[in-house]
Design a protein around this ligand. Structure first.
Ligand SMILES: Cc1ncc(C[n+]2csc(CCOP(=O)(O)OP(=O)(O)O)c2C)c(N)n1
Ligand SMILES: [Mg+2]
Length: 337
């Protein structure tokens, strides 16, 4: 590929990343507002962390796999999850692919190799590594990308996952969003380790620390790590320094523990990427406003479609999807219900 063509493709990627970040930001604000109006259950917002999340998904290939925690709305959007499915999950209606059974923010889509999360912090990490190990055994040249928070690095499952990934050279990339907080616990009380990235060294593989407001760096580091995984070069751990702009969740009041913080807006990944695109002649304030308005309209229309849809009945929810053929005793109980 010529340098020029490569540059054009990279520019397209950056614009693509920016658009998804913009959509995630607009959607996050709207979801917060409908949550405050009592129209959905609890929600975990993602504003401020888009730069740590969206870029790496742009280097995933179709057969690769994605695992997330709950603050990676932009990752699901980047993987191709539709607005309707994002909202159906939050309304827990009958359109939801998970039938309203999962906690909010636990998006997934089988067709997109986008796996739902587990509520216990870090519990899905060994599953992600297992999938990567299995793919390697089957000689598929694919990679697994998994996100986690800084708090997840204290879980026993983190150790299990990192250890197996290192020993078996699993084709996996761990992206740890270090936003400095596990709800109200600051990262300094989470670990005595100098950084989170250096933890990878003890497991025998590369750990890299990158600034989450620098989208280009996050993109390049993640792309290289995913290529390495697919080539058989084993795992990489990427610590992305980022900022949780809002509360932990809608059930949290950060004013009680987060005081005297300096403004984060100068480090806002969305603002910084927008400025970069404008400086490269790839974007303008006019296009930005137009797209933002389009997104707001799309989001409102999607809410109008999903909100009136009812949830499934308890009968379908309790009895289905456990056995391929329902045993007689369950059938009896279902009839009774
Ligand atoms: C094993 C376990 N312990 C505690 C909790 C309660 N809990 C939910 S989210 C959370 C904080 C996790 O922080 P982090 O991994 O840094 O992710 P962030 O919320 O900052 O994105 C905790 C302690 C849980 N879900 N699972
Ligand atoms: Mg955190």
């Amino acid at each position: 590929m010529t340098m020029q063509k490569e540059q054009l493709e990279e520019n397209d990627k950056l614009v693509g990343i920016y658009k998804i970040m913009l959509l995630a930001r607009a959607l996050d604000a709207k979801i917060m507002s409908i949550q405050r109006q009592g129209r959905i259950g609890p929600y975990v917002p993602c504003t401020g962390e888009e730069g740590a999340v969206v870029p790496s998904v742009f280097s995933l290939q179709k057969d690769d796999w994605l695992f997330t925690s709950y603050r990676e709305l932009g990752a699901h959007l980047a993987r191709g999850l539709s607005l309707d499915l994002v909202l159906a999950q939050l309304f827990g209606n009958s359109n939801d692919l998970l039938k309203g059974r999962q906690m909010s923010n636990s998006w997934s889509n089988k067709q997109l190799n986008d796996v739902t999360t587990a509520a216990p912090i870090g519990a899905y990490l060994p599953v992600a590594v297992g999938l990567a190990m299995g793919s390697k055994l089957k000689k598929k040249n694919i990679a697994v990308l998994t996100f986690m928070g800084d708090g997840a690095t204290s879980s026993s499952d983190f150790h299990v996952a990192m250890n197996f990934a290192g020993v078996y050279k699993a084709p996996i990339v761990f992206v740890c969003r270090n936003n400095g907080w596990a709800i109200s616990l600051p990262v300094a009380k989470q670990t005595a380790s100098e950084t989170l990235a250096i933890k990878a060294r003890a497991y025998g593989f590369e750990g890299i620390r990158v600034d989450g407001s620098d989208v280009v760096s996050v993109y390049l580091v993640a792309r290289k790590a995913l290529e390495k995984a697919r080539r058989g070069g084993g795992p990489t751990f990427i610590e992305v320094l980022t900022h949780r702009a809002g509360p932990h969740s809608t059930a949290d009041d950060p004013k009680r523990y987060r005081k005297d913080e300096t403004s984060w807006e100068g480090k806002d990944p969305l603002r910084l990427l927008k400025a970069l695109l404008i400086s490269k002649g790839l974007w303008s304030d006019e296009i930005d406003l137009k797209l933002h308005n389009e997104y707001e309209k799309m989001i409102s229309e999607s809410i109008a479609r999903q909100e009136p849809i009812k949830p499934l009945s308890p009968k379908e929810l309790i009895f289905e999807d456990v056995y391929s053929e329902m045993p007689w005793n369950l059938k009896e109980q279902m009839d009774e219900l």
